[in-house]
Design a protein around this ligand. Structure first.
Ligand SMILES: NC(=O)c1ccc[n+]([C@@H]2O[C@H](COP(=O)([O-])OP(=O)(O)OC[C@H]3O[C@@H](n4cnc5c(N)ncnc54)[C@H](O)[C@@H]3O)[C@@H](O)[C@H]2O)c1
Length: 184
């Protein structure tokens, strides 16, 4: 669950190597990069959807690519500030809330990663007893989440990239505790 932004930034990085025109390897703006996010939105619109872009071989890596390839359902809730938006972004917010509610059903742990908007939205829709872990670099965001009634949430104030790389390490340790090289 996320907004137009996560998908646009992810797809821009996959297709152009930039995020909002900034080279993700070198950390510097590239010439004409300000157009990149609109270019990739139009590319996906021409394909029909994110899933069709994957099927047509236009999108070949990234978060959304992995979701499509591995059958992980996603819902993108739109907002008035969205660029485009992408064809998959749901601009009818009542429908977007319904989509979120469907995906949240039965969840017993929710990871909320650096989005105040979507973390608080999801927190408000989640019944008590569900564990929530909110990762944000701004301590005010994790406090705001619990102040708004999501008292079960655990706040982790850190950089989301650091959190994800440590999470990956721990998951790898769980699935391969002795660090034995995997053979295929
Ligand atoms: N392209 C588009 O259509 C579009 C649409 C909406 C938003 N956006 C952009 O997407 C981004 C996120 O949107 P949002 O609606 O989720 O915004 P948001 O303000 O709700 O949440 C962003 C959160 O990220 C946190 N953050 C920033 N850097 C971090 C880091 N390194 N580690 C952990 N947390 C960090 C901030 O503290 C903030 O709480 C913004 O940059 C926004 O401008 C783009």
């Amino acid at each position: 669950m996320g907004g137009n932004a996560i998908a646009v930034h992810d797809i821009e990085q996959a297709l152009m190597g930039t995020s909002l025109g900034v080279d993700m390897q070198r950390g510097v703006p590239v010439r004409g990069g300000h157009r990149h996010h609109l270019k990739v939105i139009n590319t996906i619109r021409r394909c029909g959807s994110i899933a069709q872009a994957v099927e047509q071989g236009v999108l070949s890596h990234g978060v959304l690519y992995e979701c499509v390839r591995n059958g992980v359902p996603f819902a993108l809730a739109g907002s008035i500030r969205d660029d485009g938006p992408l064809p998959d972004t749901q601009m009818d917010l009542i429908q977007a809330q319904t989509d979120y509610a469907r995906l949240l059903e039965g969840a017993d742990l929710i990871l909320m990663l650096s989005s105040m908007l979507h973390s608080i939205g999801v927190g408000n829709m989640t019944p008590s007893g569900v564990k929530m872990v909110c990762v944000d670099i701004n301590p005010a965001v994790v406090t705001k989440l619990s102040d708004r009634g999501s008292v079960e949430s655990i706040g982790v104030v850190t950089d989301v990239g650091l959190f994800l790389s440590l999470l990956l390490q721990q998951l790898e340790r769980l699935t391969n505790p002795y660090g034995v090289a995997q053979t295929v």
